[in-house]
Design a protein around this ligand. Structure first.
Ligand SMILES: *[C@@H]1O[C@H](CO)[C@@H](O)[C@H](O)[C@H]1NC(C)=O
Ligand SMILES: *[C@@H]1O[C@H](CO)[C@@H](O)[C@H](O)[C@H]1NC(C)=O
Length: 434
C-alpha cells in the first residue's frame, strides 16, 4: 500500500495527504453539529426525543417514534461525497513541518549554566503529562538549566506506577534534544549525599518573564529546584524559537519505548488489514467527565440523578445551564452524535472504526446507536488477545499509549472532545510531514 506511514522515520508525502481530512473532519463536524444543534435548538427534554437512545434500527435509519415525528432520516451511505475527498485533500500540499530551530537560536553550550538543575513532577493522565514534559524542556531552556528526566504522576486518577523510561525512550529523548537542552537521568549527588531539590510550584501559564522573576532567583540560590504538579505551567504564547522547541519535544523527542511501539504497530497493521482506510475515534464518555461537564446527554432522570451525585464531588463547581452549555458547543458529543456526524460527512456503513475510550457511561446501551450506524467497531480488546495486552493492561498510561499510536496512524481521526490527546494528535498532523 502506497500510504504506509512509518512512525518517526520518513514521513512521506503520502502520509501527508491523509492529514487534512482529519483536521477538517473535526472542525467541519463541529461546525455542522453547531449548525444542526442551533437549527433545532433543542431544550434538554426535546433533545431527549431528538436523539433517543437505542432508536436506530439495524439499517441505521431512525425509527419513527409513535409520539414524536422523526425529525430526520439517517442515510445508510453518504453518497453525496466522493470517496476521494473523504480520505484525501489537495490542501495538504500547503502544510510543512516547522519544528527546526532558526539560525538565531543560541547553541546549547552557551546557554546551559553550571549548577542549575530543574526537575519537574508531572500531573494527570498520559497526554496531560506529555504536555507537562514538553513545557518542562522549554522551561529549562528559559532558565538556562539542565533538566533532569521528569517524574511521572503515579498518584493521579489514572494510577499508573510506570516511570518515564517505561513509557518513553529515554536515550532517544536525551540525544534528540542535545542541541537544545542538556538532559540528564538523575540529579547528581551533593557532598556524597542524595540531593533533595527545593520544591515549589509556578502559577499556571507562567511566561518567560514570570519564570525569570519567580524561579530564577530560587534556582540560583538552591541550585536544584523541582516544580511540582507541572501541567499548563507555561504560557501558550512564546517567542517562535521556543514554540519550535515545543514541537521538537512533543513531536520528535518523545518516542514511546520499543515494546509499546511494537504492540501499537501490530494493532495498526490489524486495522489496515480490515480495509483500505480506517477512522480512529477518541471517545471520552466517562461518568466523571460527563458529570464535570455539567451537560445533559439525554438519559432522563436516571442520568440527572447519577451524574448529579458524582458532580457533588467538586465543591467549587457552580451549577450551569445544561441547555446553554450545549448550545455554546461546550458539551462532548454522545457516541450517537459522533456517528450521525460521520454519516453526515459521507462515511458509509462499511467503514472500520477504531474506538479509543475508557469506561463509557451507560456502556453498550450508549454505544448501540453508533454501532447501528457503523457496525465495524473495533478497539484494542477486540483486535488483540488478552495475552498480547497483558504487559500493558495493568498500566493506564501504556494502554493510552497504544491508543495514541493507532489514532495517530489512522487515515482520519475524530474526537468527541477537545482534550489533550486530540490537540496533540491534530498538531502532529500539521507538523510531522517533514
Ligand atoms: C530540519 O532539521 C533536520 C535535522 O537537522 C533536517 O534533516 C531537515 O531537513 C530540516 N527540515 C527543514 C524543513 O529544514
Ligand atoms: C541565559 O543565557 C543567555 C546567554 O548567555 C543570557 O543572555 C540570558 O540572560 C540567560 N538567561 C537566564 C535566565 O539566565
Amino acid at each position: 500500500m502506497a500510504a504506509h506511514r512509518r512512525r518517526y522515520h520518513h514521513h512521506t508525502y503520502n502520509r501527508f495527504r491523509y492529514l487534512i481530512p482529519a483536521i477538517s473532519v473535526t472542525s467541519g463536524a463541529i461546525l455542522m453539529l453547531y449548525g444542526f444543534i442551533s437549527l433545532l435548538a433543542p431544550s434538554p427534554d426535546h433533545l431527549h426525543h431528538f436523539v433517543p437512545r437505542k432508536s436506530l434500527s439495524e439499517d441505521g435509519v431512525v425509527d419513527d417514534s409513535p409520539a414524536i415525528p422523526s425529525l430526520f432520516k439517517v442515510p445508510v451511505s453518504g453518497e453525496m461525497v466522493s470517496d476521494k475527498s473523504l480520505w484525501n485533500t489537495k490542501m495538504s500540499e500547503f502544510y510543512y513541518g516547522c519544528s527546526n530551530a532558526s539560525n538565531k537560536f543560541p547553541k546549547v553550550e552557551t546557554v546551559t549554566y553550571p549548577n542549575r538543575y530543574l526537575l519537574i513532577a508531572t500531573s494527570g493522565g498520559l497526554n496531560q503529562q506529555r504536555t507537562g514534559i514538553t513545557d518542562a524542556v522549554v522551561a529549562a531552556r528559559i532558565l538556562n538549566a539542565t533538566l533532569v528526566i521528569p517524574k511521572l504522576d503515579q498518584k493521579s486518577f489514572w494510577k499508573d506506577s510506570s516511570t518515564f523510561s517505561e513509557i518513553f525512550d529515554v536515550d532517544w529523548f536525551i540525544t534528540h534534544l542535545l542541541r537544545d537542552v542538556k538532559v540528564i537521568k538523575e540529579l547528581p549527588r551533593k557532598g556524597g549525599k542524595d540531593w533533595i531539590p527545593y520544591n515549589m510550584r509556578v502559577p499556571r501559564k507562567c511566561n518567560e518573564r514570570c519564570y525569570q522573576i519567580r524561579v530564577l532567583p530560587v534556582l540560583m540560590k538552591k541550585n536544584a529546584v523541582q516544580l511540582s504538579k507541572f501541567d499548563y505551567r507555561l504560557a501558550n504564547r512564546l517567542e517562535s524559537d521556543l514554540q519550535k522547541l515545543r514541537c521538537r519535544v512533543n513531536y520528535h523527542a518523545l518516542k514511546f519505548t520499543d515494546p509499546i511501539n511494537r504492540m501499537g504497530q501490530k494493532l495498526v497493521n490489524r486495522m489496515r488489514k480490515l480495509g483500505k482506510h480506517y477512522i480512529a475515534l477518541h471517545l471520552r464518555f466517562e461518568p466523571d467527565m460527563l458529570a464535570f461537564s455539567g451537560c445533559y446527554y439525554g438519559g432522563g432522570e436516571k442520568e440527572r440523578r447519577e451524574l448529579g451525585k458524582i458532580r457533588k464531588r467538586w465543591k467549587t463547581l457552580h451549577s450551569n445551564n445544561p441547555d446553554k452549555e450545549r448550545r455554546q458547543g461546550r458539551c462532548p458529543l454522545t457516541p450517537e452524535e459522533v456517528g450521525l456526524m460521520l454519516r453526515a460527512l459521507g462515511y458509509n456503513k462499511d467503514v472500520h472504526l477504531y474506538v479509543a475510550s475508557g469506561e463509557v457511561y451507560g456502556g453498550d446501551e450508549t454505544l448501540a446507536p453508533l454501532r447501528a450506524l457503523f457496525p465495524n467497531i473495533h478497539s484494542k480488546d477486540t483486535i488483540a488477545t488478552k495475552q498480547e495486552l497483558e504487559p500493558f493492561s495493568a498500566f493506564s498510561s501504556r494502554m493510552a499509549a497504544l491508543d495514541f499510536i493507532v489514532c495517530d496512524e489512522s487515515d482520519v481521526f475524530v474526537t468527541n472532545n477537545n482534550g489533550n490527546m486530540a490537540k496533540i494528535l491534530a498538531g502532529r498532523r500539521y507538523v510531522l510531514p517533514l
